[in-house]
Design a protein around this ligand. Structure first.
Ligand code: PEP
Length: 249
């Protein structure tokens, strides 16, 4: 049985006081026992969030990391640093990092290696742009993003990889992939994994959907057989909405 996951990507939102307030609200919500619930605050608030949730089942995760362990990379944060805080999961490859910070598949492959080396599980994001879907290239684009950044890994490494399909045209736009579009892509992703690593491995990897997921559409999306949860942006900033989504399986 695959792990069900609902992860909130807070992006560059919430200062320290707002982080504390939202965490207090999150602690009041009903946490489903069979779903791994995670939040990703900014680096500056990770330590505070981690300590506030130390005795809670909500996991605090990071939004990004550098591939080097240390060195002359002004402004960056390493996997070793995250590990020293007790962080066990990192989001890599988010489309905003790809678009605004020029993160390429090659760079992401290095970041994935660095995270795994530091025993940090990776939520690896990818997804096509609208032009790719319109020209029916969405499967090629997604297949290549996965192959280029992950297919150098040994099968064993996939115990620490979660995939997040996030069509760029659905992120922060209010437009969601239909449950059928999500299922079709998730099934394609699983087949891509199976072709390289075998069916058993493909069946064991959790694949999340991300892109304007909200309480009103989560149930239908999560009901699809190859959708194992969601990576949530905007709706993760409201405790009630986030937990409504986490309770949508
Ligand atoms: C995201 O940024 O990962 C995301 C899914 O955002 P939103 O839910 O706001 O579309």
């Amino acid at each position: 049985m695959r792990t069900k996951i609902v992860a909130g990507n807070w992006k560059m939102n919430n200062d320290l006081a707002q982080t504390e307030t939202l965490i207090t609200e999150l602690k009041r919500q009903n946490n489903p026992s069979d779903v791994e619930v995670m939040i990703a605050p900014s680096f500056t608030n990770l330590w505070q969030a981690f300590n506030s949730l130390k005795d809670d089942s909500i996991e605090v995760i990071a939004q990004n990391m550098h591939f080097a362990d240390s060195g002359a990379y002004t402004g960056e944060v390493s996997g070793e640093m995250l590990k020293s805080l007790g962080i066990k999961t990192v989001i890599l490859g988010h489309s905003e990092r790809r678009a605004y910070f020029n993160e390429t598949d090659e760079l992401l492959a290095k970041k994935v290696d660095a995270a795994l080396k530091n025993d940090i599980r990776v939520i690896f994001c990818f997804g096509e742009e609208l032009k790719d879907r319109k020209s029916e290239k969405h499967e090629d684009v997604v297949g290549n993003q996965i192959k280029n950044a992950l297919f150098h890994l040994e099968a064993e490494a996939f115990k620490n990889i979660v995939l997040a399909y996030e069509p760029v045209w659905a992120i922060g736009t209010g437009e969601t992939a239909s449950p059928e579009q999500a299922q079709d892509m998730h099934s394609f992703i699983r087949k891509t994994l199976a072709d390289k690593y075998g069916k058993d491995l493909a069946e064991s990897v959790s694949i999340l959907y991300g892109g304007s997921c909200k309480p009103s559409n989560a149930k239908e999306i999560f009901s699809k057989p190859d959708v194992d949860g969601g990576l949530i942006g905007g709706a993760a900033l409201k405790a009630e909405d986030f937990f409504a989504i986490a309770n949508s399986f």
